[in-house]
Ligand binder design. Structure first.
Ligand SMILES: NC(=O)c1ccc[n+]([C@@H]2O[C@H](COP(=O)([O-])OP(=O)(O)OC[C@H]3O[C@@H](n4cnc5c(N)ncnc54)[C@H](OP(=O)(O)O)[C@@H]3O)[C@@H](O)[C@H]2O)c1
Length: 257
């Protein structure tokens, strides 16, 4: 029994993807456009969004900075004004810089919090009233397997993804009875600008298009948690169940931390 209403027919569905100028968000927006959705793409990079629109006729670009609460509200007003409804809001904006405790940088910690978590709250503030009024629609938050438990290099990034996962749980409990779907997307490694600076071998690395396929399939099956690729994410999910001493020893052994 699926936890969410499966979304199988995308024709005419109004979709807003925040963080769609590159990587996973762009590939997902492109896939949904191909399936017939009416796609609105947001991020800061106007030129990249314009290029998306040129390649995907009928889609719309609305630039925004996710830390700007008023800009998020204005964008939602535009989406609603143009289409009169919203069927799916995806929060895919993200920032990642590796950090260890010995290089603690408060500015970077707060920037991760702002882009990865506070921006999602700004989106929720404007999307929730509309979806609750409609009594339909779906909210999807892109977190990461890095949110399951602490990992080396992920001192700034990991906690923001754990927060998104927790947020999605609570949203699901409150919104499903109102007819609104909620999902949390937990990708493994995907080759995007975000991971381009990683100086270690990324296991089970996917292309953004492969990630988009997994995500769209997950929505189609009505899944709450969309984690992939399974050969990596199931291992990470299992690690979460280990007692602390075994978890820390296994991570140290696997990463050399
Ligand atoms: N790649 C991976 O291995 C991986 C794994 C797990 C989870 N994820 C998550 O997947 C999501 C997408 O990441 P990606 O890998 O596809 O990286 P990406 O290509 O760098 O995409 C990040 C997106 O976020 C937008 N963004 C960043 N800061 C923003 C801001 N202040 N305001 C508005 N938009 C902003 C970027 O657009 P602009 O720069 O144009 O604003 C871009 O569209 C992120 O949440 C990331 O944490 C990625």
């Amino acid at each position: 029994m699926p936890l969410n209403p499966p979304i199988e027919d995308w024709r005419g569905r109004v979709v807003w993807v925040v963080g769609a100028s590159s990587g996973i968000g762009r590939a997902t927006a492109s896939r949904l456009h191909g399936l017939g959705a009416v796609v609105v793409v947001s991020a800061r990079n106007q030129a990249a969004l314009d290029a998306f629109v040129a390649e995907h006729p009928g889609s719309q670009a609305m630039t925004l900075e996710v830390g700007d609460r008023a800009a998020m509200a204005r964008t939602m007003e535009k989406v609603h004004g143009l289409h009169g409804r919203l069927d799916l809001a995806v929060y895919c904006a993200g920032h990642y810089q590796s950090m260890r405790a010995s290089e603690f940088d408060l500015g970077q910690m707060l920037l991760h919090l702002q882009v990865n978590y506070v921006g999602a709250l700004h989106m929720l503030e404007v999307v929730l009233p509309a979806l609750i009024k409609q009594r339909s629609g779906h909210i999807s938050l892109v977190a990461s397997v890095a949110g399951y438990r602490g990992l080396p290099q992920a001192l700034a990034y990991g906690p923001t993804k754990a927060a998104l996962q927790h947020l999605a749980d609570a949203l699901f409990l409150d919104l499903r009875p109102l007819g609104i779907g909620v999902s949390v997307v937990n990708p493994g490694f995907v080759s995007t600008p975000l991971t381009a600076g990683n100086d270690f071998e990324m296991p089970a690395l996917l292309t953004p298009q492969q990630a988009a396929n997994h995500i769209v399939q997950g929505w189609g099956k009505g899944r709450f948690e969309i984690d992939f690729p399974k050969r990596f994410s199931l291992w990470m999910r299992f690690m979460r169940l280990l007692p602390n001493n075994l978890y820390f020893a296994t991570v140290r052994r696997a990463t050399g931390a």
